[in-house]
Ligand binder design. Structure first.
Ligand SMILES: Cc1ncc(C[n+]2csc(CCOP(=O)(O)OP(=O)(O)O)c2C)c(N)n1
Length: 626
């Protein structure tokens, strides 16, 4: 069997001795490893496949880790991980205690910045470049950002600064595959598709020529090839006028699967004493038939069969996401004022079918959560009933808009906060650990979490009629359907008593209700009776209800899939204190540190939030207080 080129690659330096043909073969081998690995571990397949040649060219042309490559989102970084000393650990991708699916500073000196949320790379690169200049250093900083991530406001804010305030080198690589997760949206995406079809380089010729002459030791052959490069860019017609207007030197479009062309362009760009934008055209999902055909379906994958492209069937149970999507269709059929808003997550938030049935009442704002929240506010002002569906972790981006533009004017916008709590393999950047805390801090906001799948539909019906801002947070994955849940109508601020007995009270919110019921059973087997309450609300909490359920109890336990800081447990302590009840409260939730990746079960056990650890701890504590 022919030896693999990848076997001899321990780090980026090893790339420099490979021939163009070997580099191309290396790209194929990297693709094969990415496909094979993600077919088992799951992960961001299409984006990583599309960026293989670009990654090779970057590490070939720049001197990493001295030169800095900052990946936007970081979901496309698998080839980068493979080339920077992690190929032997690549099979542990996204696994508990394995390597992360995103760049992590703690993992490698080649991972310049932790990433996971879109749009930030240019601002980080700008900050580094300014710092570099102030410190008198001279490394290259490159930000790699996709056309989807380029819809983020912060990316424009950064470009606005870069073009006007940086007189030294910074390379922005726009990795344009005409796709976000699904088809990209917005005016700039349209502009880029016009630019994409026009061939030829533009600009850089003066800057490159001048810079090469200034560098001592540059040989004639390099100058000749630079001249060739300059000649090929003579047919300039300013396709990048948008970026040029912002003060960036635009180069492109460049074939993002041609390592030679990419390397030349990056090599030239690093010589320019100004910010340069390289417009690189790639194909999302490149090199694997199934992902080339359905790049959106293969954007983020669970395990699949490499031969058939079929995904492993995990469970036939409905997910919370699909229940939300169906509830939206039911509601929109009845009410003509309902509008759904998503921020580039039509598939992830379960709104695909809705968007087809109600195209006029569906808005995808791109990766612009702040905008999504504010459009929701505007629509509420116009008399419509907006439902803004954003993952918990990404809604953090719109916190100020939630406060200033929705809660302060007390507008009836309903937020569907998916992926609340631990999300598993995507890890620390994607866990929805904070929403109960940040949402309940806001005046006028109603914060709910369903105890099971059916209750999510009921909460949607309840939430849609509210005259105030409201949020329903629900977790990733299959919904529980619990026999005792949903027997009583939803009433503002009140929970549902599922079991009423004993001197121990367990109040759980959201997906912790199922756990509370199994803990209750385990404790009963040990002779400890416990009342179990499905909280339904994190805000407001009805004081009479809480006085009633906690009165006479020896211990109150709260369970939440959210950080303890300012979360549901804090809310319960506040209300019990207001009610004048002096009962010990034991709050169990997520700890005050970022949590890595792994299955949700593994992570829950690590932090002692699995049912058996919780039963044990509650049993001990209850024995002490009795
Ligand atoms: C703030 C934020 N919102 C949403 C997401 C979810 N998300 C991850 S990748 C992605 C699409 C990115 O598209 P692009 O930048 O073009 O990269 P591609 O996957 O096409 O290579 C989205 C919406 C995110 N990571 N961060």
């Amino acid at each position: 069997m022919a030896e693999k080129i990848l076997d001899a690659i321990e780090g980026p330096k090893d790339l420099k001795r490979l021939s163009p043909d070997e580099l191309r073969r290396l790209a194929d081998e990297i693709r094969e490893l990415i496909i094979k690995t993600t077919s088992v571990t799951g992960g961001h397949l299409s984006s990583s496949l599309g960026a293989v040649e670009l990654t090779i060219a970057l590490h070939l042309t720049l001197n990493t880790p001295g030169d800095k490559v900052i990946w936007d989102v970081g979901h496309q970084c698998y080839a980068h991980k493979i080339l920077t000393g992690r190929k032997d650990r690549f099979s542990s991708l996204r696994q508990y205690e394995g390597i992360s699916g995103f760049p992590r500073r703690v993992e490698s000196e080649y991972d310049v910045m932790d990433a996971g949320h879109a749009g930030s790379s240019i601002s980080h690169a700008l900050g580094m470049a300014i710092g570099r200049d102030l410190r008198g250093e001279s490394y290259t900083v490159a930000a790699v950002i996709g056309d989807g991530s380029m819809t983020s406001g912060v990316a424009y804010e950064a470009m606005n600064q870069v073009g006007q305030n940086l007189e030294s080198n910074l390379i922005i690589i726009l990795n344009d595959n005409d796709m976000s997760i699904s088809k990209n949206v917005g005016g700039v995406a349209k502009y880029l598709s016009r630019v994409r079809i026009k061939p030829g380089y533009t600009h850089l010729k003066e800057e490159v020529g001048g810079a090469l002459h200034r560098i001592s030791g540059v040989g004639d052959s390099i100058l000749r090839s630079a001249k060739h490069f300059k000649d090929t860019i003579t047919h300039a017609f300013l396709p990048g006028v948008l970026f040029e207007t912002l003060g960036l030197k635009y180069v492109g479009p460049i074939d993002g699967h041609d390592i030679q062309e990419l390397s030349e362009a990056i090599g030239q760009a690093k010589l320019v004493k100004a910010p340069v934008l390289l417009h690189v055209i790639t194909q999302k999902g490149k090199g694997f038939d199934f992902s080339e055909e359905k790049p959106d379906r293969f954007h983020g994958v669970s395990s699949f069969d490499c031969e058939t492209g079929e995904f492993e069937k995990i469970s036939t149970n409905s997910t919370y996401t699909s229940i939300f999507g169906n509830a939206m269709i039911d509601l929109a059929e009845k009410r003509k004022d309902i509008v759904a808003i998503t921020a580039a997550m039509k598939l992830g938030t379960g709104l695909d079918k809705y968007s087809k049935e109600f195209p006029d009442r569906f808005i995808d704002v791109g990766i612009a959560e702040q905008l999504g929240v504010n459009i929701g506010a505007g629509m509420a002002l116009s008399g419509m009933k907006p439902v803004v569906a954003i993952y918990s972790t990404f809604l953090q981006r719109g916190f100020d808009q939630l406060s200033q533009e929705v809660c302060l004017p007390d507008l009836p916008v309903l937020f569907a906060v998916d992926r609340a709590g631990l999300v598993g393999e995507d890890g620390s950047t994607h866990h929805g650990y904070f929403d109960l805390t940040y949402l309940r801090a806001l005046p006028n906001m109603v914060v709910m979490a369903p105890g099971d799948g059916d209750e999510l539909s009921a909460m949607m019906r309840f939430g849609i009629d509210l005259k105030h801002p409201a949020a329903i947070r629900f977790p990733r994955g299959c919904a529980d359907f619990l026999e005792p849940v949903g027997k009583t109508p939803i009433e503002m601020g009140k929970g549902e008593v599922l079991v009423e007995e004993g001197e121990l009270l367990i109040i759980a919110i959201g997906d912790m209700v199922a756990k509370a019921l199994s803990i209750g059973k385990a404790l009963k087997e040990d002779g400890i009776k416990a009342s179990i309450v499905n909280a339904r609300f994190a805000k407001p909490l009805n004081i009479d209800f809480y006085r009633h359920i906690a009165g006479g109890k020896k211990l109150v336990v709260t369970l939440e899939n959210n950080v303890l800081c300012g979360g549901f447990g804090s809310a319960v302590m506040e209300i019990l204190s207001e009610a004048g009840l002096e009962v010990p409260v034991m709050s169990k939730g997520l700890p005050d540190h970022y949590i890595n990746h792994g299955t949700i079960e593994e992570l829950m056990s690590e932090i002692g939030l699995d049912a058996s650890s919780l039963s044990e701890e509650i049993r001990e504590r209850f024995r002490k207080v009795k």
